[in-house]
Write a protein that binds this ligand. Structure first.
Ligand SMILES: NC(=O)C1=CN([C@@H]2O[C@H](COP(=O)(O)OP(=O)(O)OC[C@H]3O[C@@H](n4cnc5c(N)ncnc54)[C@H](O)[C@@H]3O)[C@@H](O)[C@H]2O)[C@@H](O)CC1
Ligand SMILES: [K+]
Length: 548
């Protein structure tokens, strides 16, 4: 993994960023020089995004900037002409960054104006403001005086925001949000808590967030996403040794393409056989919910697992065979309601014959004895859907503590609450919640959401940074369970880390959704279609990686 990939995996809290920054300054980097470097990168990113070389300048501008190509600025095709850029300046170094950006854009020939409602500024910020004003850049204290702008750069607060925004600053932010002008937030949208993503009073609704140096945790929390817009990392060459020294282990990481691809069981060894590539047992479905079983099976198919057995109630066996001819469909005796009553595995087979088991999709809550039986097994076990509901009724942590094999739980927020009623609400700080759940239960917990988060009992966290709302659809979770458990079965036979496979599955599933949504719109990604994109997205991604 190269440096860029390593850096883009890392996620930090405000305190960790402060500690890293302190090490850099203690080593001799001047604060002002770092600000200059960072803000220079932001200014040039703004130019790349919004301005292009082939400007058609108005007459007045042509006179003002006659020859230099540096001054040939215009709107790129993605953005209407930029007449005026408003720079929102706060009291700290986030405001200092914004002022350096203001100065650079001014020197590029753009019309820039500043809004700074604070009278007390940090020293460096104050110096930059003074210099910007000496260049003739107008600065307004009252939001009513700020002229209409085509683009706003938000440097009000970064990771130093400590308390709720109130009064005139809060109402100014609301006023700016209402204008529907694109806003670029520096580091974090002002008003968001850097760690939890919580809105502190009110917050800037950014079109883009340029996160500085390392990804801030708050930007990966579901509750922040409405405010973050498109998020990009501005890498300013933080020494890796400082990152390692501050973060230690366990860490919070983003799942990126390189991480996911490196864990896939590819390529296969030239000499192998089906059982060496993992034997997965899926236990799913009921007379009422046969679709969930089919989707789980199709998800598992895409994982490439060597051997797939699926235990279902006898009455849905034939439909399963028609959808998954390669799988061994095990028809089981069923309850009056059509749930599996008893696992009836083929002769000479018991649960220990399988590399991994997944249990839950479409099962109904009538299959309690089945869930009890798999919990007693010594196999790595994925529990989902009704498997989770049954576990919750048994008492999650007491039950799981008796297991001596790995368990993976895949709840959405509602299931999470049922499984861990004592823990903090997963809607507030999802990362804190999922970490506590994994620690308490000893399971790997995958908390589904726009930014799915995975925690292991040792405290490591993986967050899936890209997804699509197209996946908010019935059956999509069944596909994930199948895919993930198929990967886990292969990880077991190859002795690869199972926790990483859970993260890889979340990434793969989301990428398939993204590709499907690109080609078919967000409305066109039903769960069955999603299964058809699983292999497509991997082969496309591998092709791209080969070319890179
Ligand atoms: N960490 C790094 O390595 C770098 C950080 N830089 C910038 O520095 C920023 C952090 O700077 P600071 O620590 O100065 O923090 P901020 O710029 O986020 O703001 C802190 C200031 O805001 C005040 N404040 C906090 N909450 C307030 C509230 N609710 N209402 C009114 N005032 C409030 C504080 O008293 C303090 O003066 C980063 O976000 C980034 O933009 C860059 O300049 C250079 C590199
Ligand atoms: K900001």
């Amino acid at each position: 993994m190269n440096r860029q990939e390593q850096i883009s995996q890392i996620v930090v809290t405000a305190q960790q960023m402060r500690d890293i920054e302190a090490r850099i300054f203690a080593a001799g980097m001047p604060v002002a020089a770092l600000m200059e470097k960072v803000a220079g990168l932001i200014a040039s990113r703004i130019q790349t995004l919004y301005l292009s070389e082939d400007t058609i300048l108005g007459d007045a501008e042509r006179e003002k900037f006659p020859a230099s190509p540096r001054h040939r600025v215009t709107a790129s095709s993605s953005f209407p002409r930029l007449n005026k850029i408003g720079i929102l300046v706060g009291p700290g170094h986030n405001g200092g960054d914004a002022l350096v950006v203001a100065r650079e854009l001014h020197f590029q020939g753009l019309e820039v104006c500043i809004w700074c409602p604070f009278s007390k500024l940090k020293e460096l910020t104050s110096q930059h403001l003074q210099y910007a004003q000496s260049l003739g850049i107008p600065c307004y204290q009252s939001i009513e005086d700020l002229p209409d702008c085509d683009l706003l750069v938000d440097g009000l607060f970064g990771f130093g925001l400590e308390r709720e925004l109130k009064d005139s600053v809060a109402s100014a932010i609301n006023h700016l949000n209402d204008k529907s002008v694109p806003i670029i937030s520096i580091d974090v949208p002002s008003g968001l808590h850097t760690d939890t993503g919580e809105v502190l009073g009110t917050a800037i609704r950014a079109s883009y967030t340029f996160c500085l140096g390392l990804w801030k945790l708050g930007l990966l929390q579901d509750q922040a996403l409405e405010y973050v817009g498109k998020a990009e990392l501005i890498d300013f060459d933080i020494p890796w040794a400082d990152v390692e020294a501050v973060l230690g282990n366990p860490q919070v990481k983003r799942i990126i393409r390189a991480t996911a691809l490196s864990t896939l069981p590819l390529p296969r060894p030239p000499v192998t056989h089906k059982y060496k590539e993992g034997h997965l047992l899926l236990i799913c479905g009921s007379r009422r919910y046969s679709g969930g079983a089919i989707l789980t099976g199709l998800g598992a198919r895409a994982s490439g697992v060597g051997m797939l057995s699926i235990a279902v109630p006898e009455s849905i066996k034939s439909i399963m065979v028609s959808h998954l001819p390669e799988a061994l469909i095990v028809g089981c005796p069923e309850t009056k309601t059509g749930a599996i009553a008893q696992l009836q595995l083929p002769e000479n087979t018991d649960l220990s014959s399988f590399s991994a088991i997944a249990c839950g999709p479409g099962l109904t809550k009538d299959a309690v004895p089945i869930v009890q039986q798999v919990l007693e097994s010594a196999n790595p076990l994925v529990l989902d859907a009704d498997g989770l509901n049954i576990l919750a009724e048994m008492g999650t942590s007491q039950t799981l503590q008796k297991r001596n094999a790995l368990t993976v739980l895949t709840p959405h927020t509602g299931e999470f609450k049922r499984l861990f009623p004592e823990l903090p609400d997963a809607k507030q700080d999802r990362i804190k919640a999922v970490r506590a759940a994994a620690k308490e239960s000893g399971a790997v917990v995958l908390l589904k959401g726009a930014r799915t988060a995975i925690a292991d009992p040792q405290g490591s966290i993986w967050i899936n940074p890209e997804s699509t709302p197209a996946l908010a659809r019935g059956g999509s979770g069944d596909v994930l369970t199948g895919l993930m458990s198929g990967l886990i079965a292969q990880a077991v036979t190859r002795q690869l880390p199972i926790e990483k496979m859970v993260a890889t599955a979340a990434w793969w599933h989301a990428q398939a959704g993204i590709l499907a949504a690109q080609e078919r719109t967000e409305l066109g990604v039903d769960a069955f279609t999603l299964t058809e994109y699983l292999i497509r997205v991997i082969s496309t991604t591998l092709e791209i990686s080969d070319r890179c």
